[in-house]
Design a protein around this ligand. Structure first.
Ligand code: NAD
Length: 354
């Protein structure tokens, strides 16, 4: 296994491996960058095929968090953790308490929250061993998914206004891939705003609910990316924008919650070449972390959600700059995030007195 020579190692500040024999815990915590503040990021529990795969995941995800928080204007750095194990069969309160002890050793330079495979109750168990946990009922924020859905809705609106020159989404046809916590929440906002929905999921029950409650048109998972629509909202998997899918897309806007939508960076150029406006994933899906950043004794959900809706402004800024510079939106988002981190790193030069 390699860390320093891994292609995903990006001068991460800290990569720590934890093992607790009693509970079977095997966890890795990666802190990518704390220039802007403590590293906040979710804890993913996944049955990785190999330890190399777990290291790759934690390196990539923690770097992504640095960019996400920087772009969202938060005073937070980037970090992430992974627990190697099956989230259906290997979980116990004791395991998460042991994980909490691992987080506690970092003295607040890493703050853990939920991610794929972990839930609010899991993090509440970890909270018994450390106070450096976010996205739990204590402190007000709770489940971040509704805030993520609200942020995606606002980002999608920004993309619609920018590219389709409409005031709102009423009458637009929008395809949503994945009806989970975020996808279904997004569908509700879109339905209330008068959009026509085409939806899919791998679970029939979720589709039936969307058909009954929201009047959505169902399609099979393999049909969703090729629908002729105004907007495509990927809210399930990563890497869905790739060499195979991009030539077949029939949309002029892509705006959805899924992480790592571009299979490779170069696919951002392919979307630009096809004149498809892409809302960079980590810019549009930052609602959850914005909400969590407000957690604390003075938590006010209304103020937090107002800040989430600023994703509209962030995306408009990215679209304008990308157009002016004729560059892919993802590249421009990276650059804006980098500029903020670099500015914060600059030493303060004190004026000489006397
Ligand atoms: P979720 O697990 O609740 O929902 C995902 C849904 O996608 C599920 O209903 C699943 O059945 C469906 N799905 C899986 N494979 C599919 C396929 N091939 N075709 C169609 N549907 C499929 O997850 P979520 O919390 O709603 O997150 C959705 C996406 O948004 C993920 O990529 C996640 O990383 C990202 N995201 C979520 C948050 C958050 O606050 N929850 C924040 C940022 C990013």
């Amino acid at each position: 296994m390699t860390v320093f020579s891994s292609k995903d190692f990006d001068d991460h500040e800290t990569v720590l491996f934890f093992r607790d024999q009693d509970t079977g815990l095997k966890a890795i915590i990666a802190i990518h960058d704390t220039t802007l503040g403590p590293a906040l990021g979710g804890t993913r529990m996944w049955n990785y095929a190999s330890e190399d795969e777990a290291v790759t995941d934690v390196l990539r995800l923690s770097r992504g968090m640095t960019y996400k928080s920087a772009l969202a204007g938060l005073n937070l750095g980037g970090g992430k953790s992974v627990i190697i194990g099956n989230s259906r069969t290997d979980k116990s309160d004791a395991l998460f308490e042991a994980f909490g002890r691992a987080v506690d050793r970092l003295n607040g330079s890493y703050i853990a929250a939920e991610d794929v495979g972990t839930t609010v109750p899991d993090l509440e168990a970890a909270r018994r061993s450390t106070r450096h946990i976010a996205g739990i009922s204590e402190g007000g924020a709770g489940d971040p998914s509704p805030a993520t859905a609200w942020g995606v809705y606002n980002g999608l609106l920004a993309a619609a206004r920018y590219r389709l020159k409409v005031e709102d989404v009423s009458g637009l046809t929008i395809a949503v891939q994945g009806l989970g916590n975020v996808g279904y929440g997004l569908c509700k906002h879109l339905h209330e705003a008068g959009a026509k929905l085409i939806v899919t999921d791998i679970y029939d029950k979720s589709i039936e609910k969307a058909v009954q409650e929201l009047g959505a048109t169902p399609v099979t998972p393999d049909q969703i990316l090729h629908q002729e629509v105004d907007i495509l909202a990927p809210c399930a998997l990563g890497a869905i924008l790739n060499d195979i899918s991009i030539p077949t897309l029939q949309t002029s806007v892509i705006a959805g919650a899924a992480n790592n939508q571009l299979a490779e960076e170069r696919h951002g150029h392919d979307l630009l070449a096809r004149n498809i406006l892409y809302a960079p994933d980590y810019a549009i899906n930052a609602g959850g972390i914005i909400l969590i950043s407000h957690q604390g004794p003075h938590f006010d959900r209304a103020i937090a959600m107002k800040e989430v809706s600023n994703i509209h402004r962030t995306l408009t800024r990215i679209f304008e700059r990308a157009d002016a510079e004729k560059r892919p939106t993802q590249e421009v988002a990276d650059q804006i995030a980098n500029e903020r981190i670099t500015a914060a790193k600059k030493p303060i030069i004190r004026k000489k007195t006397g």
